[in-house]
Design a protein around this ligand. Structure first.
Ligand code: PEP
Ligand code: MN
Length: 344
């Protein structure tokens, strides 16, 4: 249930609502927007009626949220969440580019990639230090050494860092370097990890599980936000279908859908969703046209030598082309939106 305060409600009114909710043994999540303050009630709300909340001073409306996810729903927060990664804004107007190798492999190739993607206009460097690999015999990542190299790449280029954390016990260590904690597709329903990143002081990139519905994905986000961390970026990375020509199927429709259902920003990963370098640019364009707030893209200076996911990694030149093409789509979109606004 949520309680929507009137625009002119006093702080005292808000406190009275909170007291009433807490008296009923429920937890409160406050969301202070430009126009309205919303009081979210978490727990078994059956003991409170809409009427008894609506009679309190300063209350405009109380309503039950019908979706199973509450705090991440559009009903709970009308304004879109903009995740601020040290000044890089995900969910604002401009698309954000997160680019880099699948895994951190060595200092030279990481720095070469970081400098090239920064020159093209990327704001965030991606790269796994801890890799979730299907085979235990495949390269598992450089671990803590990988984190050190990512920190050095940030020093050199000013790029922010997004990197995966695979277990709850590693959250503190990875947070020392990561500007964004990535929860991978395979861990989307690792609830102890979700709770741990929910208590961390870092934004979280939550990838959609490859066999997860949109509702399960939003419920996973709800775990994180319910622990107090509201800085969540959703990432559509493709789901498993019967199609064999591509590694996964990019569920483009989830992008506008999630933006209807939730206030959280959403980015797309055209690399893992296709598994094919030749499809990365067209799907990146399509994702931005569909409303994605940014892209997570694998880039490697010599993809044929990559230790992981070379077939889907763009070359440095390929990434420059992607930024160009996406820039054209994004400005065309803004022109259309501006024209629409002018006409209404
Ligand atoms: C990744 O982005 O490094 C990754 C492993 O992707 P996913 O979790 O989507 O498979
Ligand atoms: Mn990869």
């Amino acid at each position: 249930m949520i309680v929507i305060m009137s625009p002119g409600a006093e702080e005292e009114d808000v406190q009275q609502v909170i007291a009433k909710v807490e008296e009923a043994g429920l937890e409160v999540h406050l969301s202070r927007g430009v126009e309205h303050t919303l009081v979210g009630l978490v727990g078994d709300t059956r003991q409170l009626t809409v009427e008894e909340l609506e009679v309190l001073p300063g209350v405009q409306r109380a309503m039950r949220i019908m979706q199973p996810f509450k705090l991440v729903s559009r009903e709970f927060r009308v304004e879109r969440t903009v995740v601020d990664v040290g000044g890089v804004k995900v969910g604002a107007k401009e698309p954000v580019f997160m680019a880099g190798p699948c895994a951190v492999e060595d200092r030279e190739s990481l720095f070469e990639t970081a400098e090239a993607v920064a020159d093209c206009g990327a704001q965030i460097l991606r790269g796994g230090a801890f890799k979730p690999r299907t085979s235990p015999y495949s390269f598992q990542g450089l671990g803590q050494e990988g984190l050190r190299l990512l920190a050095q790449a940030r020093e050199r280029t000013g790029l922010k860092i997004v990197t995966e954390v695979m277990s709850a016990g590693d959250v503190e260590m990875v947070s020392q370097v990561a500007d964004i904690l990535q929860v991978g597709a395979r861990n989307m329903q690792n609830y102890s990890l979700l709770r741990a990143v929910g208590s961390a002081d870092r934004p979280v990139l939550l990838k959609r599980g490859m066999m997860s519905s949109v509702q399960e994905w939003l419920m996973a986000a709800e775990y994180i936000v319910s622990e107090g961390n509201t800085q969540v970026i959703l990432c559509e990375r493709g789901i498993r279908t019967f199609e064999k020509y591509t590694r996964n199927t990019l569920d483009l429709s989830s992008i506008p859908l999630v933006k209807k259902l939730s206030h959280l920003p959403v980015v797309a990963d055209p690399s893992h969703s296709t598994g094919r370098r030749d499809l990365v640019v067209p799907m990146a364009e399509a994702a931005i046209a569909a409303g994605a707030d940014g892209l997570l893209v694998e880039v490697h200076p010599r993809p044929e030598q990559a230790l992981c996911d070379g077939a889907q990694s763009l070359t440095l030149e390929g990434f420059a082309r992607l930024v160009d093409r996406v820039g054209a789509i994004s400005s065309a979109k803004m022109t259309v939106v501006a024209a629409d606004d002018g006409g209404s």
